[in-house]
Design a protein around this ligand. Structure first.
Ligand code: ADP
Ligand code: MG
Length: 394
């Protein structure tokens, strides 16, 4: 479990944030930002940057590496602090409370504003685990090296925020989107529990209908959730349903749309069959004459629905989420069903993932810090050029 000691926020000075921001800026085109470059960007007087780097390192907001050249990169904690600081400055919330969820690719905390209103803060952490079939996309990851967890997490947050807003506008039962910065989304707190924790329901049939209706209505709006299961559906004491977790959504025009749609439906059916002993007809696997059988089956037909689909593109764009963003994130998310399988070299697929993990999760225990007063070695210009050439091929 990750610790988010926001007390540290109070001890960080303006200059601390200036240097932290300088590292973030450097990470736009450096996996490891050369110390000298950080100093140049931050441009503090009298070599002040070096002292501050040490302080940030002590609080684990940065990772230090001098194996190739001397440099720093943000840890997830450092990125968290930049987002939190920005949100606090905007007045979105004033305090961070307990952790309420650990997702596959996120940490969820309670936050509260001045009036004591409690909200949910989702910090996206792409690259922490293998995001579904990351392996299938190793070529993508190879070209874009590990600093991209930052980019991808930011993209995931922006996408989630944009979709939440659009879905809310169309009357879908989703949390209310409050704000978004970097990899962080603030939304209303959903009362209740994930469906996976619910052992009994007053009206399982009604809840089931409600949930399947959401899948159908989503498709009518041109969208497929793609991760619609008992972990991403919240139920409150009145058995009211709320859908959460949207970074992996795709459009019904996606080439695997029907498969994703059927998988979402099947997930729900399977869960209700097991947990609430509901009975369903067997799945008919021929899509050919499925239209004719549609009435006898419990399954909604993707083709019937998608025919009339309208899209939410305009609203998504209004939140700053573009078609290119969708393309980028789909490339990263989508899985083993992909046909453009490339070079299949031994174990290389895991490399990208474990690199990401090392970068972000493992602390900085193993690094050698310069002693007090010792000069941090300058980075080597030549190394930097080679590095950035490699990094920019993509
Ligand atoms: P992930 O993408 O990592 O799966 P989720 O968005 O599904 O993240 O959130 C993980 C868990 O955090 C959920 O299963 C739920 O228990 C909790 N959670 C997420 N969003 C909220 C919210 N708005 N209100 C209350 N709990 C939430
Ligand atoms: Mg989830």
């Amino acid at each position: 479990k990750m610790k988010l000691d926001v007390d540290v926020l109070r001890y960080l000075s303006k200059d601390d944030f200036r240097v932290l921001t300088a590292v973030e800026m450097g990470m736009r085109n450096h996996e490891l930002v050369p110390t000298e470059l950080i100093d140049r960007i931050a441009s503090l007087k009298y070599g002040g940057t070096y002292k501050i780097l040490k302080n940030l390192l002590k609080h684990k907001l940065l990772h230090h590496d001098s194996s190739k050249y001397d440099g720093f990169r943000l840890t997830y904690l450092g990125y968290d602090f930049l987002a939190i600081k920005t949100m606090v400055n905007r007045g979105v919330f004033t305090s961070v409370g307990r952790q309420i969820g650990v997702g596959k690719e996120s940490d969820i905390f309670e936050v509260a504003n001045e009036d004591g209103l409690v909200m949910a803060m989702k910090l996206h952490r792409l690259g922490r685990t293998s995001f579904r079939a990351v392996k299938a996309k190793r070529d993508y990851l190879r070209h874009r090296s590990s600093y991209n967890w930052l980019y991808l997490s930011r993209l995931a947050a922006l996408k989630e925020f944009a979709f939440m807003k659009a879905l809310e506008n169309h009357g879908f039962p989703v949390p209310s989107a409050v704000d978004c910065n970097r990899h962080c989304v603030i939304m209303s707190l959903v009362q209740g529990y994930p469906l996976v924790q619910v052992k009994q329901l007053q009206n399982p049939e009604i809840v089931f209908e409600t949930i399947i209706n959401i899948v159908v209505r989503l498709a009518e709006h041109g969208l497929i959730h793609c991760d619609f299961n008992e972990f991403n559906i919240m139920i409150d004491d009145d058995e009211k349903v709320t859908m959460i977790d949207f970074p992996q959504m795709v459009s019904v025009s996606h080439r695997n749309a029907e498969m994703y749609f059927d998988r979402d439906v099947e997930c729900i059916i399977k869960f209700f069959r097991k947990r609430f002993n509901m009975s369903f007809s067997q799945r008919t696997d021929d899509s050919e004459d499925s239209d004719a059988d549609a009435d006898e089956s419990d399954r909604p037909s993707f083709f019937v629905i998608a025919r009339t689909a309208g899209f939410l593109d305009k609203e998504l764009a209004a939140s700053g989420f573009t078609g290119k963003d969708q393309h980028d994130i789909e490339k990263f998310i989508e899985g083993g069903d992909d046909t453009d399988a490339t070079v299949d070299n031994e174990g290389a697929e895991d490399e990208g993932v474990s690199n990401l993990n090392q970068t972000n999760i493992e602390g900085i225990d193993s690094l050698t810090l310069p002693e007090e007063g010792e000069q941090i070695p300058k980075f080597n210009e030549k190394v930097k050029l080679e590095e950035s050439n490699n990094g920019n091929k993509a």
